[in-house]
Design a protein around this ligand. Structure first.
Ligand code: SF4
Ligand code: SF4
Length: 91
């Protein structure tokens, strides 16, 4: 199944508060920025000041960003509050 097909089976119930918070100051000192390529939803976007712009709304909650980031404190990760977040539908 292609990524686009997979995306067609996904809904997001966006919570009012971000379940992942990225500390841009830590990211500015991170040369590798593994998160940009690791996130399957492309939610980490490099900024002109050397930091990261992060959007939580279409997160799959896969945890990959948290696994690949080596900089302590850069990512604060939790599951969205009850009833929110990614929803996988039948095709
Ligand atoms: S989230 Fe982690 S891997 Fe990504 S730029 Fe920030 S410090 Fe680097
Ligand atoms: S949990 Fe997965 S989908 Fe969500 S921001 Fe991290 S890598 Fe991207």
């Amino acid at each position: 199944m292609s990524f686009e097909d997979r995306m067609a089976t996904v809904d997001f119930r966006v919570a009012p508060d971000a379940h992942i918070v990225v500390d841009n100051e830590v990211c500015q000192g991170c040369p590798a920025k593994q998160c940009i390529h690791a996130c399957p939803a492309n939610l980490f976007v490099p900024t002109s000041d050397g930091g990261i712009l992060f959007n939580y709304e279409q997160c799959f909650e896969c945890g990959t960003c948290y696994m690949v980031c080596n900089n302590e404190g850069a990512i604060t990760w939790a599951y969205p509050e009850g009833g929110h977040g990614v929803v996988f539908r039948r095709g």
